[in-house]
Design a protein around this ligand. Sequence first.
Ligand SMILES: Cc1ncc(COP(=O)(O)O)c(C=O)c1O
Length: 363
Amino acid sequence: MSKLAADHNAINLSQGFPDYESPAELSNLVSKYLQEGKNQYAPMAGVPLLRQRIAEKVYELYQHEYNPETEITITAGGTQAIFTAIAAAIEPGDEVIVFEPAYDSYAPTVKLFGGLVKPFELAPPDYKIDWQMVRKLISSRTRMIILNSPQNPSGAILEEEDIKQLIAITKGTDIIILSDEVYEHLVYDGKQHLSMARFPELRERSFITFSFGKLLHATGWKIGYCLAPQILMDEFRKVHQFLVFSVNTPMQYAIADFLSNKDYYLELGAYFQRKRDFFRSMMEQTRFELLPCQGSYFQSAGIRRITEEKDIDFVKRLTTEFGVAAIPNSAFYNKGNDYGVIRFCFAKREETLEKAVSLLTKV
Ligand SMILES: Cc1ncc(COP(=O)(O)O)c(C=O)c1O
Protein backbone atom coordinates (compact mmCIF):
# COMPACT_ATOMS: atom_id res chain seq x y z
CA MET A 1 0.00 0.00 0.00
CA SER A 2 2.92 2.35 0.71
CA LYS A 3 4.14 1.85 -2.85
CA LEU A 4 0.67 2.44 -4.28
CA ALA A 5 0.41 5.57 -2.12
CA ALA A 6 3.75 6.85 -3.44
CA ASP A 7 2.84 6.03 -7.06
CA HIS A 8 -0.41 7.98 -6.74
CA ASN A 9 0.87 10.74 -4.51
CA ALA A 10 -1.67 9.74 -1.87
CA ILE A 11 -1.49 10.54 1.86
CA ASN A 12 -0.10 7.41 3.42
CA LEU A 13 -2.05 6.35 6.50
CA SER A 14 -1.36 2.70 5.68
CA GLN A 15 2.03 1.63 7.03
CA GLY A 16 2.73 2.20 10.73
CA PHE A 17 5.35 4.93 10.86
CA PRO A 18 5.35 8.57 11.97
CA ASP A 19 5.73 11.38 9.41
CA TYR A 20 7.63 13.53 11.92
CA GLU A 21 11.11 13.39 13.39
CA SER A 22 12.28 11.77 16.57
CA PRO A 23 13.52 14.23 19.26
CA ALA A 24 16.48 16.37 18.09
CA GLU A 25 18.28 15.57 21.33
CA LEU A 26 18.31 11.90 20.33
CA SER A 27 19.77 12.52 16.86
CA ASN A 28 22.40 14.75 18.47
CA LEU A 29 23.35 11.93 20.79
CA VAL A 30 23.72 9.55 17.83
CA SER A 31 26.06 12.07 16.12
CA LYS A 32 27.98 12.50 19.34
CA TYR A 33 28.64 8.80 19.75
CA LEU A 34 29.48 8.36 16.05
CA GLN A 35 32.06 11.10 16.39
CA GLU A 36 33.38 9.79 19.66
CA GLY A 37 34.28 6.58 17.86
CA LYS A 38 31.65 4.22 19.23
CA ASN A 39 31.73 2.49 15.88
CA GLN A 40 32.95 -1.05 16.47
CA TYR A 41 31.09 -4.24 17.33
CA ALA A 42 28.94 -4.03 20.44
CA PRO A 43 28.86 -7.05 22.78
CA MET A 44 26.61 -9.82 21.46
CA ALA A 45 23.83 -9.16 24.00
CA GLY A 46 24.02 -5.38 23.56
CA VAL A 47 25.81 -2.40 25.10
CA PRO A 48 25.76 -2.99 28.91
CA LEU A 49 24.60 0.55 29.72
CA LEU A 50 21.59 0.18 27.42
CA ARG A 51 20.66 -3.16 28.99
CA GLN A 52 20.97 -1.54 32.41
CA ARG A 53 18.68 1.33 31.37
CA ILE A 54 16.14 -1.12 30.00
CA ALA A 55 16.21 -3.07 33.27
CA GLU A 56 15.52 0.18 35.17
CA LYS A 57 12.72 1.16 32.81
CA VAL A 58 11.06 -2.25 33.05
CA TYR A 59 11.35 -2.20 36.84
CA GLU A 60 9.81 1.25 37.01
CA LEU A 61 6.91 0.26 34.75
CA TYR A 62 6.27 -3.36 35.71
CA GLN A 63 8.03 -3.86 39.06
CA HIS A 64 10.17 -6.79 38.03
CA GLU A 65 13.96 -6.83 37.84
CA TYR A 66 15.34 -8.49 34.73
CA ASN A 67 19.04 -9.19 35.01
CA PRO A 68 20.77 -7.09 32.31
CA GLU A 69 23.60 -9.65 32.09
CA THR A 70 21.49 -12.69 31.41
CA GLU A 71 17.88 -11.72 30.69
CA ILE A 72 17.96 -8.77 28.28
CA THR A 73 19.22 -8.83 24.67
CA ILE A 74 19.32 -5.95 22.19
CA THR A 75 18.03 -6.89 18.74
CA ALA A 76 17.84 -5.41 15.26
CA GLY A 77 14.21 -4.38 15.78
CA GLY A 78 11.12 -6.03 17.19
CA THR A 79 10.75 -8.32 14.19
CA GLN A 80 14.19 -9.84 14.69
CA ALA A 81 13.39 -10.41 18.35
CA ILE A 82 10.19 -12.20 17.34
CA PHE A 83 12.01 -14.28 14.73
CA THR A 84 14.75 -15.24 17.15
CA ALA A 85 12.34 -16.26 19.92
CA ILE A 86 10.40 -18.46 17.52
CA ALA A 87 13.59 -19.97 16.09
CA ALA A 88 14.82 -20.72 19.61
CA ALA A 89 11.61 -22.38 20.77
CA ILE A 90 9.90 -24.11 17.86
CA GLU A 91 10.66 -27.56 16.51
CA PRO A 92 8.96 -29.28 13.57
CA GLY A 93 5.43 -30.35 14.48
CA ASP A 94 5.04 -27.91 17.37
CA GLU A 95 1.75 -26.04 17.42
CA VAL A 96 1.60 -22.28 17.90
CA ILE A 97 -1.57 -20.33 18.67
CA VAL A 98 -1.71 -16.99 16.89
CA PHE A 99 -4.50 -14.50 17.54
CA GLU A 100 -5.69 -12.92 14.31
CA PRO A 101 -5.78 -10.25 12.98
CA ALA A 102 -2.01 -10.55 13.51
CA TYR A 103 1.21 -8.77 12.65
CA ASP A 104 2.43 -10.38 9.47
CA SER A 105 5.74 -11.87 10.60
CA TYR A 106 4.42 -14.40 13.14
CA ALA A 107 2.92 -17.13 10.94
CA PRO A 108 5.66 -17.28 8.25
CA THR A 109 8.35 -17.50 10.93
CA VAL A 110 6.57 -20.31 12.75
CA LYS A 111 6.18 -22.19 9.45
CA LEU A 112 9.83 -21.64 8.56
CA PHE A 113 10.82 -23.69 11.59
CA GLY A 114 8.32 -26.45 10.86
CA GLY A 115 5.72 -25.25 13.35
CA LEU A 116 1.98 -25.53 12.76
CA VAL A 117 0.06 -22.28 13.05
CA LYS A 118 -3.24 -22.58 14.91
CA PRO A 119 -4.98 -19.30 14.10
CA PHE A 120 -7.56 -18.01 16.57
CA GLU A 121 -9.75 -15.53 14.76
CA LEU A 122 -10.95 -12.45 16.61
CA ALA A 123 -13.74 -10.36 15.17
CA PRO A 124 -14.72 -6.70 15.15
CA PRO A 125 -15.90 -4.56 16.77
CA ASP A 126 -14.07 -5.38 20.03
CA TYR A 127 -11.81 -8.35 19.09
CA LYS A 128 -12.42 -9.99 22.49
CA ILE A 129 -10.76 -13.33 23.17
CA ASP A 130 -13.10 -16.20 24.05
CA TRP A 131 -10.82 -18.21 26.34
CA GLN A 132 -13.13 -21.24 26.45
CA MET A 133 -12.58 -21.55 22.71
CA VAL A 134 -8.83 -21.01 23.08
CA ARG A 135 -8.77 -23.93 25.54
CA LYS A 136 -10.17 -26.15 22.79
CA LEU A 137 -7.24 -25.26 20.51
CA ILE A 138 -4.68 -26.38 23.06
CA SER A 139 -3.20 -29.85 22.67
CA SER A 140 -0.18 -31.75 23.95
CA ARG A 141 1.69 -30.33 20.93
CA THR A 142 0.99 -26.69 21.80
CA ARG A 143 4.41 -25.13 22.27
CA MET A 144 3.75 -21.43 22.07
CA ILE A 145 1.05 -18.77 22.29
CA ILE A 146 1.79 -15.49 20.53
CA LEU A 147 0.15 -12.40 22.00
CA ASN A 148 0.25 -8.80 20.93
CA SER A 149 -1.16 -6.12 23.22
CA PRO A 150 -1.88 -3.38 22.31
CA GLN A 151 -2.72 -5.19 19.13
CA ASN A 152 -1.90 -4.21 15.60
CA PRO A 153 -4.22 -3.66 13.73
CA SER A 154 -7.27 -3.82 16.02
CA GLY A 155 -6.13 -1.45 18.79
CA ALA A 156 -7.50 -3.96 21.34
CA ILE A 157 -5.64 -4.55 24.62
CA LEU A 158 -5.46 -7.42 27.10
CA GLU A 159 -7.51 -6.80 30.25
CA GLU A 160 -7.22 -8.29 33.77
CA GLU A 161 -9.67 -11.05 32.90
CA ASP A 162 -7.57 -12.08 29.87
CA ILE A 163 -4.51 -12.32 32.08
CA LYS A 164 -6.37 -14.48 34.61
CA GLN A 165 -7.50 -16.82 31.87
CA LEU A 166 -4.04 -16.96 30.33
CA ILE A 167 -2.53 -17.90 33.69
CA ALA A 168 -5.15 -20.62 34.15
CA ILE A 169 -4.71 -22.03 30.65
CA THR A 170 -0.93 -22.24 30.76
CA LYS A 171 -0.61 -23.45 34.37
CA GLY A 172 1.06 -26.85 34.58
CA THR A 173 2.04 -26.84 30.88
CA ASP A 174 5.32 -26.21 29.02
CA ILE A 175 3.69 -23.59 26.83
CA ILE A 176 5.95 -20.65 26.03
CA ILE A 177 4.45 -17.20 25.53
CA LEU A 178 5.81 -14.82 22.96
CA SER A 179 4.42 -11.43 23.90
CA ASP A 180 4.91 -8.70 21.32
CA GLU A 181 4.66 -5.46 23.31
CA VAL A 182 6.01 -2.95 20.82
CA TYR A 183 3.10 -0.58 21.61
CA GLU A 184 3.50 -0.89 25.41
CA HIS A 185 3.23 2.88 26.01
CA LEU A 186 0.32 3.46 23.65
CA VAL A 187 -2.54 2.56 25.98
CA TYR A 188 -5.38 5.04 26.39
CA ASP A 189 -8.22 6.24 28.60
CA GLY A 190 -6.43 5.66 31.90
CA LYS A 191 -5.93 1.92 31.28
CA GLN A 192 -2.67 0.19 32.13
CA HIS A 193 -0.53 -1.92 29.85
CA LEU A 194 -0.63 -5.45 31.25
CA SER A 195 2.84 -6.61 30.35
CA MET A 196 3.69 -10.28 30.86
CA ALA A 197 6.57 -8.89 32.96
CA ARG A 198 4.11 -7.95 35.72
CA PHE A 199 2.89 -11.50 36.38
CA PRO A 200 5.29 -14.11 37.84
CA GLU A 201 3.34 -17.07 36.40
CA LEU A 202 3.52 -15.55 32.93
CA ARG A 203 6.93 -13.92 32.79
CA GLU A 204 8.63 -17.20 33.75
CA ARG A 205 7.46 -18.65 30.43
CA SER A 206 7.65 -15.52 28.26
CA PHE A 207 9.81 -13.94 25.64
CA ILE A 208 8.70 -10.29 25.61
CA THR A 209 9.70 -8.25 22.59
CA PHE A 210 9.92 -4.47 22.11
CA SER A 211 10.85 -1.95 19.42
CA PHE A 212 12.76 1.30 19.87
CA GLY A 213 11.45 2.22 16.43
CA LYS A 214 7.99 2.65 17.96
CA LEU A 215 9.25 4.17 21.21
CA LEU A 216 11.45 6.80 19.56
CA HIS A 217 9.45 7.64 16.39
CA ALA A 218 12.33 6.15 14.40
CA THR A 219 11.05 2.98 12.73
CA GLY A 220 13.92 3.02 10.25
CA TRP A 221 16.53 2.50 12.94
CA LYS A 222 15.43 -1.12 13.37
CA ILE A 223 16.52 -1.61 16.93
CA GLY A 224 14.65 -3.32 19.74
CA TYR A 225 15.08 -5.85 22.53
CA CYS A 226 13.87 -9.01 24.14
CA LEU A 227 13.29 -9.86 27.80
CA ALA A 228 13.14 -13.44 29.02
CA PRO A 229 14.13 -15.50 32.05
CA GLN A 230 17.66 -16.80 31.75
CA ILE A 231 16.66 -20.35 30.82
CA LEU A 232 14.85 -19.00 27.74
CA MET A 233 17.31 -16.20 27.05
CA ASP A 234 20.21 -18.69 26.84
CA GLU A 235 18.42 -20.35 23.92
CA PHE A 236 17.51 -17.00 22.37
CA ARG A 237 21.15 -15.90 22.38
CA LYS A 238 22.30 -19.10 20.68
CA VAL A 239 20.23 -18.05 17.66
CA HIS A 240 20.92 -14.33 17.99
CA GLN A 241 24.69 -14.92 17.94
CA PHE A 242 24.62 -16.34 14.43
CA LEU A 243 21.70 -14.38 13.07
CA VAL A 244 22.98 -10.83 13.65
CA PHE A 245 25.74 -11.31 16.24
CA SER A 246 25.46 -7.73 17.46
CA VAL A 247 23.44 -4.62 16.81
CA ASN A 248 24.65 -1.23 15.68
CA THR A 249 26.73 0.42 18.37
CA PRO A 250 26.32 4.24 18.28
CA MET A 251 22.51 3.97 18.35
CA GLN A 252 22.73 1.83 21.47
CA TYR A 253 24.83 4.40 23.31
CA ALA A 254 22.55 7.21 22.19
CA ILE A 255 19.39 5.40 23.27
CA ALA A 256 20.92 4.50 26.63
CA ASP A 257 21.70 8.14 27.23
CA PHE A 258 18.30 9.31 26.03
CA LEU A 259 16.36 6.85 28.20
CA SER A 260 17.62 8.53 31.35
CA ASN A 261 14.85 11.06 30.60
CA LYS A 262 11.90 9.06 31.92
CA ASP A 263 9.41 11.81 31.18
CA TYR A 264 9.82 11.14 27.48
CA TYR A 265 8.33 7.68 27.61
CA LEU A 266 5.96 8.35 30.49
CA GLU A 267 4.27 11.06 28.37
CA LEU A 268 4.05 9.01 25.19
CA GLY A 269 0.63 7.54 25.97
CA ALA A 270 -0.93 10.98 26.46
CA TYR A 271 0.81 12.24 23.31
CA PHE A 272 -0.70 9.50 21.15
CA GLN A 273 -4.06 9.69 22.88
CA ARG A 274 -4.28 13.32 21.74
CA LYS A 275 -3.55 12.19 18.18
CA ARG A 276 -6.13 9.42 18.43
CA ASP A 277 -8.77 11.82 19.76
CA PHE A 278 -7.96 14.42 17.13
CA PHE A 279 -8.23 11.87 14.32
CA ARG A 280 -11.39 10.27 15.70
CA SER A 281 -13.18 13.56 16.22
CA MET A 282 -12.45 14.67 12.67
CA MET A 283 -13.46 11.28 11.26
CA GLU A 284 -16.96 11.85 12.70
CA GLN A 285 -17.62 13.93 9.58
CA THR A 286 -17.08 10.91 7.32
CA ARG A 287 -19.16 7.84 6.57
CA PHE A 288 -16.55 5.47 8.05
CA GLU A 289 -17.65 3.65 11.22
CA LEU A 290 -14.96 4.00 13.86
CA LEU A 291 -14.19 0.92 15.92
CA PRO A 292 -12.93 1.18 19.50
CA CYS A 293 -9.22 2.00 19.81
CA GLN A 294 -7.80 1.30 23.26
CA GLY A 295 -4.16 1.24 22.25
CA SER A 296 -1.52 1.23 19.45
CA TYR A 297 -1.38 3.93 16.79
CA PHE A 298 -3.96 2.35 14.56
CA GLN A 299 -7.61 3.23 14.12
CA SER A 300 -9.81 0.59 12.50
CA ALA A 301 -12.87 1.71 10.57
CA GLY A 302 -15.84 -0.13 9.09
CA ILE A 303 -16.61 0.51 5.43
CA ARG A 304 -19.98 -1.21 5.04
CA ARG A 305 -21.94 2.08 5.19
CA ILE A 306 -19.95 3.07 2.12
CA THR A 307 -19.48 -0.03 0.03
CA GLU A 308 -19.98 -3.79 -0.36
CA GLU A 309 -16.62 -4.10 -2.15
CA LYS A 310 -13.87 -6.35 -0.79
CA ASP A 311 -11.77 -4.38 1.70
CA ILE A 312 -8.70 -4.83 -0.50
CA ASP A 313 -10.46 -3.48 -3.59
CA PHE A 314 -11.82 -0.58 -1.60
CA VAL A 315 -8.46 0.51 -0.17
CA LYS A 316 -6.89 0.41 -3.62
CA ARG A 317 -9.68 2.65 -4.90
CA LEU A 318 -9.39 4.86 -1.83
CA THR A 319 -5.73 5.39 -2.69
CA THR A 320 -6.03 5.90 -6.42
CA GLU A 321 -9.34 7.82 -6.55
CA PHE A 322 -9.46 9.68 -3.23
CA GLY A 323 -5.76 10.04 -2.40
CA VAL A 324 -5.61 8.32 1.01
CA ALA A 325 -3.93 4.97 1.61
CA ALA A 326 -5.07 2.52 4.32
CA ILE A 327 -4.59 -1.21 4.97
CA PRO A 328 -7.37 -3.79 4.49
CA ASN A 329 -7.70 -5.76 7.73
CA SER A 330 -8.24 -8.99 5.76
CA ALA A 331 -4.47 -8.89 5.17
CA PHE A 332 -3.97 -9.72 8.86
CA TYR A 333 -5.89 -13.02 8.67
CA ASN A 334 -4.46 -16.27 7.35
CA LYS A 335 -7.72 -16.96 5.51
CA GLY A 336 -8.20 -13.35 4.45
CA ASN A 337 -11.39 -12.83 6.53
CA ASP A 338 -13.06 -9.72 5.23
CA TYR A 339 -15.20 -7.99 7.89
CA GLY A 340 -15.34 -4.78 5.89
CA VAL A 341 -12.77 -3.11 8.15
CA ILE A 342 -9.68 -1.11 7.21
CA ARG A 343 -6.84 0.35 9.26
CA PHE A 344 -5.55 3.92 9.41
CA CYS A 345 -2.31 4.91 11.16
CA PHE A 346 -2.71 8.14 13.13
CA ALA A 347 0.98 8.56 14.08
CA LYS A 348 1.05 11.58 11.77
CA ARG A 349 1.30 15.35 12.02
CA GLU A 350 -2.00 17.13 12.64
CA GLU A 351 -1.89 18.75 9.22
CA THR A 352 -1.43 15.33 7.55
CA LEU A 353 -4.43 13.96 9.45
CA GLU A 354 -6.48 17.05 8.58
CA LYS A 355 -5.67 16.75 4.89
CA ALA A 356 -6.42 13.04 4.89
CA VAL A 357 -9.78 13.48 6.60
CA SER A 358 -10.81 16.29 4.26
CA LEU A 359 -10.30 13.78 1.42
CA LEU A 360 -12.08 11.01 3.32
CA THR A 361 -15.19 13.17 3.77
CA LYS A 362 -15.68 12.93 -0.01
CA VAL A 363 -15.96 9.13 0.13
C1 LIG B 1 2.79 -5.60 16.30
C2 LIG B 1 4.13 -5.28 15.77
N1 LIG B 1 5.18 -6.00 16.14
C3 LIG B 1 6.42 -5.74 15.68
C4 LIG B 1 6.65 -4.71 14.80
C5 LIG B 1 8.02 -4.49 14.27
O1 LIG B 1 8.87 -3.70 14.96
P1 LIG B 1 10.28 -3.35 14.27
O2 LIG B 1 10.03 -2.34 13.21
O3 LIG B 1 11.09 -2.85 15.41
O4 LIG B 1 10.83 -4.63 13.70
C6 LIG B 1 5.57 -3.94 14.37
C7 LIG B 1 5.79 -2.86 13.36
O5 LIG B 1 4.90 -2.40 12.71
C8 LIG B 1 4.30 -4.22 14.86
O6 LIG B 1 3.23 -3.51 14.47
